[in-house]
Design a protein around this ligand. Structure first.
Ligand code: FES
Length: 187
């Protein structure tokens, strides 16, 4: 028999420690059991716990490893002083959209189109102009609130951008707008 060793197992809601005197033993927390032997650690049920706590690649759905087609981008890539442009897809129809982050974890998205002249994009490719927390159209200076897209000044004053629903899940941003079923990023 060896000197005792202290083994700790932590789950989201519980941490359990035990002194073990034998060459092998079990320590459990919640429904996870860590079984070990001194000559070579052996993990049994803890395999599942490790899988749950290992960060998945961005945009990957749990648990099958498939990439979620509605994945947009890592939250960290959505700027607050500009916009991120991507393409929302519905069947064979595509719509260019822009996203902006507000605070640390709030993201808003709109169709990339100025209500004054819908063929004019607010983000022509290198980011929309953000000034005083408003999106400013580079063509004739219309200004839009960053939340609901309401136009506060310019030739389309009183109109609003077409808002697109997105959601933040963990460290990633996904489309949640029912009008679309996938999102593509320009390369
Ligand atoms: S096209 Fe945007 S303000 Fe005229």
């Amino acid at each position: 028999m060896r000197d005792s060793i202290r083994v700790s197992v932590a789950s989201d809601s519980e941490e359990t420690s035990a002194h073990v005197h034998d060459d092998a033993g079990n320590v459990a927390a919640d429904d996870v059991t860590f079984r070990f032997s001194i000559d070579g650690a052996e993990v049994t049920d803890a395999d599942n716990a490790a899988e749950e706590t290992t960060p998945r690649p961005h945009g990957e759905s749990a648990p099958d490893g498939e990439r979620d087609p509605r994945y947009v981008a890592p939250l960290s890539e959505v700027p607050s002083n500009s916009t991120l442009r991507c393409t929302a897809v519905s069947g064979r129809r595509t719509t260019e959209i822009i996203l902006r982050r507000e605070n640390d974890a709030d993201v808003f998205a709109w169709r990339n189109s100025c209500p004054h002249k819908p063929n004019v994009p607010l983000d022509p490719g290198d980011g929309a102009i953000i000034d005083d927390d408003q999106i400013v159209c580079h063509a004739h200076g219309a200004r839009f609130e960053c939340g609901d897209g309401f136009c506060t000044d310019g030739p389309c004053r009183g109109d609003a951008l077409d808002e697109i629903d997105v959601e933040v899940r963990g460290a990633d941003v996904y489309l949640s707008d029912e009008r679309f079923d996938a999102c593509n990023r320009p390369r």
